[in-house]
Write a new protein. Structure first.
Length: 341
């Protein structure tokens, strides 16, 4: 009798879940889902947001229309603050956010009005993999170690404080000792590239996906070179480019580099939902995302765009974000000094 009762409980639970799933699926029919993107149009980050926008709706029951919306400003902070506190949690807005901002908030910087652990992760399709690119006009054409020994700073274009680009440039300068002048305030790496082409700055730090597409002609012509990679390990496509971590001279330098680079990779490009989004819609969107990254048509376009698919599940992203709470106070203070003073 007990076993029969247990089976009935399981059956009722499954029926209830299926009914809830169907109701959520019906919810999306005829609706429009927004994907907000925290950068300006035209760069590699924007390209990925729009790519996901073209295929995600195909895998959501009810097939809602999907509209990408760029919300640049303050290095993506305007978008993230808005998503956390001013966006209706109805499952109709997904934020494609810059994960480095989560580290900045965890370090206690003012103006970061969100709790990283309260965002609901959907998934990620790729990682940041920032590369340090220098123009020939900057005067550095030899090995990176010779640059580090130089007394002449190289001018680099950057985004806002707290962005992956800014964080990467700051650790290269203040932790690893590469002489550079960081010019902040560009809205995206496309603007940085244009500034480098005009001679306004001598270097930039785009993602590898951006570098091998929109920066490709500069590199192919020998007008610019890649000096270092912001990733945990070297990439197969550019095996001769060392990681920034390889330039660490002490254990502390290595630990700082690892924390900052993890923020640029392990949870660097998550698609997230605002807190309070109904769980049934969360599950539908997570499942749709998982199905999308296996979709042959999606994979064919990834190949055509010559970008790198390197996905992470909602569970992996959530776990990576939770590690932010484990940075000890002494290291937090050191990171704050490096990144924000």
């Amino acid at each position: 009798m007990k076993r029969l009762f247990s089976l009935m409980v399981v059956f009722v639970g499954l029926v209830s879940f299926a009914a809830s799933d169907l109701l959520a699926a019906d919810f999306y029919k005829g609706k429009t889902l927004r994907i907000t993107i925290g950068t300006s149009p035209g760069g590699g980050y924007d390209a990925w947001g729009r790519l996901v926008g073209r295929y995600l709706g195909k895998h959501i029951p009810g097939n809602p229309s999907i509209v990408p919306e760029n919300i640049p400003g303050a290095g993506g902070l305007i978008q993230v603050n808005n998503l956390f506190a001013a966006t209706k949690p109805d499952g109709l807005t997904v934020g494609y956010i810059l994960g480095s901002l989560l580290l900045t908030q965890a370090l206690g910087e003012p103006g970061y009005e969100f709790d990283p652990q309260k965002f609901i992760c959907v998934g990620a399709a790729n990682k940041e993999n920032i590369v340090l690119i220098l123009s020939k006009k900057g005067g550095i054409t030899s090995a990176a170690e010779k640059w580090r020994a130089s007394s002449v700073p190289v001018k680099f274009g950057s985004l806002a404080r707290g962005s992956s680009v800014e964080n990467y440039l700051r650790v290269m300068k203040d932790v690893l000792g590469f002489p550079m002048q960081i010019v902040s305030g560009y809205k995206g790496t496309t603007e940085t590239r244009l500034a480098m082409e005009s001679g306004e700055v001598a270097g930039g730090a785009p993602s590898w996906d951006s570098a091998k597409t929109s920066w490709k002609s500069l590199i192919d012509k020998g007008e610019a070179s890649i000096f270092a990679l912001g990733a945990p390990r070297r990439l197969k496509e550019i095996p001769d480019v060392p990681t920034a971590i390889e330039y660490a001279r002490t254990g502390e330098e290595k630990r700082i580099l690892e924390i900052v680079i993890n923020s640029m990779n392990e949870y660097s490009r998550p698609f997230v939902l605002p807190p309070g989004t109904p769980q049934d819609r969360v599950q539908i969107l997570r499942k749709a995302f998982e199905n999308m990254i296996r979709d042959p048509e999606f994979l064919a376009e990834v190949e055509k765009m010559k970008v790198t698919l390197d996905p992470a599940s909602a569970e992996e992203l959530t776990s990576a974000v939770n590690t932010l709470t484990k940075i000890d106070s002494a290291l937090q203070a050191r990171l704050k000094t490096i990144l924000f003073q």
